[in-house]
Design a binder for this molecule. Structure first.
Ligand SMILES: Nc1ncnc2c1ncn2[C@@H]1O[C@H](COP(=O)(O)OP(=O)(O)OP(=O)(O)O)[C@@H](O)[C@H]1O
Ligand SMILES: [Mg+2]
Length: 286
């Protein structure tokens, strides 16, 4: 759907200093139907890459290729992308409703349809109670909610979200994640940056991980977890009124299980030990 091919980006901070390489030969693909988490520490280059994707910034090398699925040309493809910037610029003197009407009108939606969309999404994202207040009085999380609606209201095929979960309270985070999952199930491809590895692990099928402008990993989360699992099993069983557990390796599995069963225990659970995505990322970073 979208392919980044050998993207490099330099910033020149002072003309007498060496250029700073913010992205270094980054290549990866986002396929139609993917829900991709984009991870990396502060300053890793996530926003820089997202701005290049959106054409707000120009790479020094490489290219971003758009699939014809998104639109016949680059311009049509852009109309099919919903974008939430890291620091959304919402016109502060407008009310939430005026802002959403303005954004909706850019996508030439009829007045009635637009009213229905605003009602539906503002209720779903729980900002309906503040729609007639000026945005300058919104809290950070309220602005994030309004920005999120403005990105997805026109039902784009592809959503690009730069830290959509930042600034939200725990319930808001949970709701945003479930909406992202729902939109993805309905066919929207989503690419979003985050610092919270467990959020990415919870909802994404793919992860892209960059560090200091270099791609460290791109691919399925499941295969990354399986690749880093250590062939250890944990059996939980009850004996009398006690719950106990036993840890053993793949090579001992059959022996240990038959020992347990011969002792007349009640096997509750047998699980292969898996590292979390967070543990793996911490490991590959070092
Ligand atoms: N306009 C700019 N001029 C100079 N340097 C820049 C500019 N924009 C970004 N950088 C530098 O490029 C690097 C990557 O920044 P970027 O904003 O892409 O990081 P990020 O991964 O989005 O970080 P965060 O998680 O904090 O949002 C940083 O070192 C940053 O200082
Ligand atoms: Mg950023």
């Amino acid at each position: 759907m979208i392919e980044f091919v050998n993207i490099s980006k330099k910033y020149q901070n002072h003309f007498w200093k060496k250029d700073f390489l913010a992205l270094d030969d980054v290549s990866f693909k986002i396929q139609q139907g993917d829900l991709v988490g984009f991870l990396g520490a502060n300053g890793a280059g996530k926003t820089t890459l997202i701005k290049i994707l959106m054409d707000f910034s120009r790479q020094d090398k490489g290219e971003v290729k758009f699939d014809h699925n998104l639109g016949a040309d680059q311009l049509a493809a852009k109309g099919n992308i919903g974008y939430l910037p890291e620091r959304a610029y919402l016109y502060q003197h407008l009310t939430g409703r005026e802002f959403l009407n303005y954004v909706g009108s850019l996508h030439s939606t009829s007045k009635n349809e637009l009213n229905d969309l605003i009602k539906k999404w503002s209720e779903k994202i729980q900002i309906d109670y503040a729609l007639d207040r000026q945005i300058k009085g919104y809290s950070k999380g309220m602005q994030q909610r309004l920005g999120f609606i403005s990105a997805l209201m026109h039902r784009p095929q592809f959503l690009v979200l730069d830290e959509p979960l930042s600034g939200l309270d725990p319930i808001g985070r949970k709701e945003f994640k479930s909406i992202m999952k729902e939109l993805n199930t309905e066919g929207t491809t989503i690419f979003f940056s985050s610092h919270i590895v467990s959020d990415v692990e919870e909802i994404c099928n793919k992860v892209v991980f960059i560090e200091k402008g270099k791609l460290i990993y791109e691919g399925s989360i499941d295969s990354l977890i399986l690749k880093h699992s250590n062939d250890q099993y944990v059996a939980r069983y009850s004996k009398g009124d006690q719950i106990e557990s036993l840890r053993f390796s793949e090579s001992n599995k059959n022996q240990m299980l038959s020992n347990l069963i011969s002792q007349n225990i009640n096997l509750l659970e047998l699980e292969k030990e898996k590292p979390t995505l967070e543990e793996i990322i911490y490991k590959i970073k070092r």
